[in-house]
Write a protein that binds this ligand. Sequence first.
Ligand SMILES: Cc1ncc(COP(=O)(O)O)c(C=O)c1O
Length: 418
Amino acid sequence: MLRNTYITDPEIYEIVVDELSRQEHNIEMIASESTAPLEVMELSGSIFTNKTLEGYPGSRFQAGSHEADRLEKLGVERAKELYGAEHANIQVYSGSTANYGVYAAILTTGDKVLSMRLDQGGHLTHGSSANFLSRVYDYDFYGVNEETEMIDYEALDYKAKEIQPKLIIAGGSSYPRLIDYERIGKTAKSVGAYFMVDMAHVSGLVAAKVIPSPVPYADFVSSSTTKTLCGPRSGFILCKKEHSKALDKGVFPGSIGSMHLTTMAAKAWIFKYAATDEFKNIMKQVLINSKKLAEELTSHGFRIVSGTTENHIVMVDLRSKGISGKLFQSALDKVGITVNKNQIPFDPASPFVTSGVRIGVTSITQRGLKEGEVKIIADIMNQVATSPEDEENLKICKRKAEELISKFPLYPSGSFND
Ligand SMILES: Cc1ncc(COP(=O)(O)O)c(C=O)c1O
């Protein structure tokens, strides 16, 4: 691995090798993470790094685009086929820039947008005051029902009628349930709004057809490619044919510059791989593992937000254990289990402390862990939560976690030996 860097910059080499070791020895359960197949790594660092290119096949701003044209056309066709979409744009660099591309295509300054609250499951790029776009567009929010902790569709309808937004956004980063895309699509139509679904988190589950797809109901579907899709650090957008010209303009020149052909190649690869039985079986097991984790944690006295999960995310309310998300994240980190603190709906704690954690099962499922191993992880988590500041307890838990994960290599042995 990194033969040349090893010679020219041992300092950077060492950091990368240490990161490989960290991932290998830890139980990675950040819900937005996955393990990129080796082909995705290869392609992400390919010779296409050297090529600068803007525009679209047939109307480029630079010469020398023959191979890049072949690549982009192939990637677009694969994305369309995988998701049954009428049009795809695969130039965006990430899930965030995918959203910016849609905004640039259809919104002008001051337009009203209705999206899910960040502290109840939405995303920063959907209008958070921390994001610069909150100063450009006029965002308003819907949330979840306090009792069910599921989207309050009636309140969403009401708000849509009241504010008459130009765009309604569904999808988020910490919502563990399925979303009724058809219903929100109807609401959008009834008020003359565009409907965009940000499926960044669930795009792998959608590709594998193990959960419903937003594509038939949404004008635009944005996504990153690093989460359940298990691809490179990038993004893409799907849309109805009638919006294709506006979308492509919104992406380039609307919101990005030259393409990243390296990750575009890796995206094209993952769009093919995601149609295989191997990938579909991993995604099926992701759903089984997340349900199992929710059940096991419940049996240990944790409260699961909304009672269960219907995707790869388990949202855990830690108040019954008398600990904060911040403390639990840090104690689990010492044990070698990586999760992130996360606000739960109506959280009395700040985003820096939180009453909950968000746990994802994509990476562990890719490594081959099944229900039996998920039960062991839940048992370790419970033992950590019982005495999160007792260093002896954490040492015992660390040994158990290491023993478990050492049986499931991150990559086949020898993958990085050259
Ligand atoms: C729903 C959602 N949209 C967009 C993004 C941003 O994706 P990226 O990090 O690829 O820019 C995220 C990332 O966490 C997300 O959860």
